[in-house]
Design a protein around this ligand. Structure first.
Ligand code: CA
Length: 363
């Protein structure tokens, strides 16, 4: 299971006197092929969502094979033209699930542990302009789940070096909303103009987590990433954050989320009500919604499901369909039995004597 990819590149940069720690979260280093079908292309960004090129009618994009992308103007039918890239944060664009810049650990982490996005950085490795275009601009923009602009920041005077140039945008409070899309845009460009981008990243500030043991800090980060893939409406956990909602859900990750939510509550990272709701929903889905098979032979859960656990994943797009998985059934059952969930399938793992969820009876 891949929850998020290179968001793990978290770089702590300071310990402030205000008992907070700052991190850089890489969105894109430009060290993968351009967006497109793998293996020739790579659709995804480091936060776990996807990405794409803008306005390809006028702009051509290239990768240096190392760590830089270049966007260059091919044609300009009007007074000027524009291009750039978009990034869907945490989840893919069509899921329309934004990242709350004021609560980056997600809805299941208590306020005292929450972090926020405070700034954005972009590094230009080079700019070219045959006309020495004085109007060429670089803009960063944040959009909400309806693709409506929340905030933007624009820089001019791009064509005078030296390079690289690092631009930082410290976010005003009104910019820290629920953000789905982050974009960089080359604007007011003329034929031949180009910008080369080395890196884009987000600056985060979180409470000083050094007050809790290192392993608990790691738990908090990974718990939030896992739960970014949890669907509270269906009770299922995505196999990967960059799959669309309901396209491929993972049985063992789903059961693991129930156990981990219980642990998060015991550690004080999440509320009792949230943990209870998560565990109850997951248990109900696994026991009452997810199909079992193979029919007439066994009552195993599948490895992968789709559409909220309602069906096994069938062969599609060159991928094999899921198997009825004895291993995943065992892992999943063993993850939910310890928190008191009565597992009635498969028979070998039956614990019909388990009562209601033990969390209900715990203080
Ligand atoms: Ca780079």
């Amino acid at each position: 299971m891949i929850v998020v990819s290179c968001l793990l590149t978290l770089l702590p940069i300071s310990l402030s006197e205000a008992q907070e720690t700052s991190y850089w979260i890489i969105v894109d280093e430009y060290d993968t092929p351009l967006p497109g079908p793998p293996p020739e292309g790579w659709y995804y960004n480091c936060t776990g969502g996807d990405r794409g090129k803008l306005h390809e009618e006028d702009i051509t994009y290239s990768w240096d094979g190392g760590s830089v992308y270049t966007a260059q103007v091919l044609r300009n039918p009007g007074a000027w033209t524009w291009g750039g890239m978009w990034y869907s944060l945490i989840r893919i664009n069509r899921d329309s699930i934004p990242l709350d810049f004021k609560a980056i650990f997600g809805p299941y982490v208590n306020p005292e542990y929450q972090g926020e996005i405070t700034e954005v950085e972009i590094v230009l490795s080079n700019v070219t302009s045959p006309s020495n275009n004085p109007n060429l601009e670089l803009r960063l923009e944040l959009k909400d789940k309806t693709d409506t602009s929340i905030c933007s920041n624009t820089w001019g005077d791009l064509t005078s070096g030296p390079y690289p140039k690092t631009y930082r945008w410290s976010l005003s409070e009104h910019c820290k909303q629920r953000v789905k899309l982050f974009l960089w845009v080359m604007d007011r460009a003329q034929v031949g103009d180009s910008v080369s981008i080395d890196r884009v990243k987000l600056g985060a500030r979180v409470p000083d987590l050094t007050t809790i043991p290192t392993e608990e800090q790691a738990f908090l980060w990974t718990y939030s990433w896992l739960m970014a893939n949890y669907n509270p409406d269906t009770g299922m956990v995505q196999d990967r954050s960059n799959f669309g909602t309901g396209d491929m859900e993972n049985i063992s990750a789903t059961a693991k989320a129930a156990k981990i939510a219980y642990y998060a509550w015991k550690k004080g990272h999440t509320s009792r009500d949230d943990a209870k709701a998560i565990i109850t929903k997951i248990a109900d889905t696994l026991i009452n919604v997810v199909p079992r098979g193979p029919s007439g032979v066994n009552t195993l859960w599948p490895h992968f499901t789709k559409n909220g656990g309602t069906a096994p994943v069938t062969p599609h797009d060159g991928y094999a369909g899921t198997e009825w998985a004895s291993g995943d059934t065992s892992y999943a059952a063993l993850d939910i039995i310890p928190i008191g969930i009565p597992v009635v399938t498969p028979p070998i793992l039956s614990r019909k004597d388990q009562g209601i969820l033990s969390i209900i009876n715990e203080p």
